[in-house]
Unconditional design. Structure first.
Lengths: 223, 223
């Protein structure tokens, strides 16, 4: 089964209003070629779950500026002033989640857990509306797991099975979101079509990946 | 030496070889420049690495390698990369010996506010809530009063909290305070200042250590 696809075909399951997780940390490790295609597709009313709102003109920042996001779940929007403005004008709803809690809620969603117990956020406004659970004499917040319809991942290398290798700090949320969505597209810089990646070096097994698309400047042939 | 350099130089003396340290954005990042000779710490960055090195030479930036403040960095021999859930596992799991963060307000109970000014500044908490809860030692690096000259070390924080009762040490240009079971304690004072000077600039009630020292009192400092 060949997973390498043309961009339009790979993004077909995305519609107006889709809930989508997007990898990246301030644009590093974000699927930039896919994001450009989403801007071109003009999809609206997306719910985006991601670490941050990118930076102006970069990463998720492009989707914010193009007013394609109705709901954003993120840990930080400070490096994108447009996101702050849209939040204050109530054009985009922003749910701020502590970064470690966001990562763990997504991980829990991907591994079949209903949620996690974390001390992070106790005694702060993050606690509001959440259950406090005591375990072995310590207090924790119950943070529910999180899933999405689509995850858009960026990796360094892929083979034809969809096995992925990430590079340096571009890994961040990418392997996590790939486990927590019904449909997963991976944008990759290098596609190894005539061999397989060494099993011991793979960061994420290909079973999570439904479609692979190429980053710009890569001309490997799709199937 | 200006006030900020005084603060980061003093904090840099807190570490011993082998400590895993996470430095926040802004002034805390500069602590790394003043680690005493012979002390080797391991810098953790919450976007997914340990063994972080200094900024690269201009032109040698790698687009996949940033710190949590979106600045290009390098990695040192022995470094390792990992995903965001693992990274916050390191933090929440108590494997980070110390974190250094800035603050808008801190109080005599060790409460910290540093992520939001409602109606004005909403960048999001990013990783701060997890870091403050998870790190074994929390050091606050900040100027003693705000730009209007108002106290930042309060009886009780007024801004929404980042975490409750987690701060261990506050270092300002006026000296060093520690949160102890007996209360907030002034343990070191900047050269040339009196206890009254510190009291005037502090809203919190604090006690003075019977072994009060002068900051850098026992060592020659190159101006």
């Amino acid at each position: 089964m060949c997973k390498l696809q043309e961009m339009n075909k790979a993004l077909e399951p995305l519609k107006n209003g889709t809930t989508v997780m997007i990898g990246g940390f301030m644009g590093v490790g974000a699927p930039h070629t896919i994001i450009d295609a989403l801007v071109e597709k003009q999809l609206k009313s997306l719910t985006v779950i991601a670490n941050d709102a990118g930076t102006p003109g970069n990463g998720i920042g492009k989707l914010v500026e193009n007013r394609q996001i109705d709901n954003l779940v993120a840990s930080h929007i400070g490096l994108n002033p447009t996101a702050g403005k849209q939040m204050n004008n109530k054009e985009m709803a922003v749910d701020l989640v502590p970064q470690g809690t966001l990562a763990e809620r997504i991980r829990a969603g991907g591994v079949g857990l209903g949620g996690v117990l974390t001390p992070t956020g106790l005694g702060t406004i993050v606690e509001e509306g959440k259950q406090v659970i005591e375990s072995d004499g310590k207090k924790y917040l119950l943070e529910k797991s999180m899933k999405a319809e689509v995850a858009l991942v960026k990796a360094h290398k892929a083979d034809q099975k969809g096995n992925l290798i990430f590079r340096q700090t571009a890994r961040n949320f990418n392997p996590l979101i790939a486990t927590a969505a019904d449909y997963v597209v991976a944008e990759v810089e290098e596609y190894v079509d005539d061999q397989y990646l060494a099993p011991d070096e793979i960061h994420l097994p290909g079973l999570f990946i439904d479609a692979i698309v190429l980053s710009k400047k890569n001309d490997a042939e799709t199937c | 030496m200006d006030g900020r350099e005084f603060i980061v130089r003093r904090i840099a003396q807190e570490f011993k070889t082998g400590d895993v340290v996470n430095l926040g954005i802004g002034m805390p990042t500069k602590v790394a420049n003043y680690i005493p000779e012979g002390v080797e710490i391991i810098l953790q960055s919450e976007n997914g690495m340990v063994g972080m090195g200094p900024a690269p030479e201009p032109g040698k930036e790698d687009g996949d390698l940033i710190n949590a403040g979106n600045q290009p960095v390098t990695y040192l021999p022995g470094a390792a990369f990992f995903d965001s859930a693992f990274s916050f596992g390191i933090i929440r799991g108590g494997h980070v010996d110390c974190t250094v963060l800035g603050a808008l307000e801190v109080d005599q109970e060790g409460n910290l506010a540093n992520w939001i000014i409602p109606g004005k500044m909403v960048p999001g908490m990013g990783g701060a809530m997890d870091l403050v809860v998870g790190a074994r030692k929390v050091i606050i690096a900040m100027e003693h009063v705000n730009k209007k000259g108002e106290a930042k070390i309060l009886k009780r924080c007024r801004l929404p909290l980042t975490a409750q009762n987690q701060v261990n040490m506050i270092v300002t240009e006026m000296g060093v305070m520690e949160v102890t079971p007996e209360g907030l304690m002034l343990t070191e004072i900047a050269p040339g200042l009196s206890i009254e000077d510190v009291q005037k600039a502090t809203e919190a009630e604090f006690i003075v250590s019977p072994e009060l020292k002068v900051v850098f009192g026992d060592q020659e400092l190159a101006a």
